[in-house]
Ligand binder design. Sequence first.
Ligand SMILES: C[S@@+](CC[C@H](N)C(=O)[O-])C[C@H]1O[C@@H](n2cnc3c(N)ncnc32)[C@H](O)[C@@H]1O
Length: 205
Amino acid sequence: MTQKGDPSGRRGGNEPLVVLRELLRNPRDIGALCPSSAALADEMARPFESFFWRDGYLVELGAGTGPVTEALLRMGVPPSRLIAVEKSAPLAYCLKNRFAGVHVLCCPAEELGSRLDGRGPVRAVVSSLPFRSLPAAVSVGIMREAERILAPGGLFVQFTYALLGEMPFVPRTFRKVRSKIILRNMPPAKVEVFRKPKAPIQTAG
Ligand SMILES: C[S@@+](CC[C@H](N)C(=O)[O-])C[C@H]1O[C@@H](n2cnc3c(N)ncnc32)[C@H](O)[C@@H]1O
């Protein structure tokens, strides 16, 4: 019998089938043929390896079935500091089942600001969103929201399958601090890390 309240309509544990169904239903939103490899997920999580979580949150956008979520936890991000955002209800259900203690928000990333319920500051945004396949207006809206919620000096991490050229939609004020190509992924991908500038220093007079 299907689990009560299971929006994926599955018998439990069959994540590849859930992903396949979501891919067929909404290919532009999924934007990938398979989940990120452990090598790619580790590179997305690398900036947080020795991060001291005195306060604040890390927001993950487009968490899917959770390969990057898993890597972030492995790198030491406390579950209580991790907010995973996923638009697809069946995938969000998988995340909730898989990661105890992680805050899972099932909503479009465009609406993120109004769903954080005052949680902050946001020290980092880690995104697997397929900006190249989403409609440009949606991508622009999401990036605007990410820039707005990110605390000054915060990190923005994104991967892309386009190995050449600049990452689209990243605010011009963000400074690129790291870029690495990961070959051990299907297809190979590039991970880029950006830093939002610190607030301008107020001068007297
Ligand atoms: C390329 S998959 C990445 C999944 C996973 N993080 C990984 O690395 O394998 C993109 C994910 O973003 C989700 N997504 C697409 N558009 C979204 C939106 N506007 N808001 C939130 N999630 C979205 C999709 O449902 C999908 O799970």
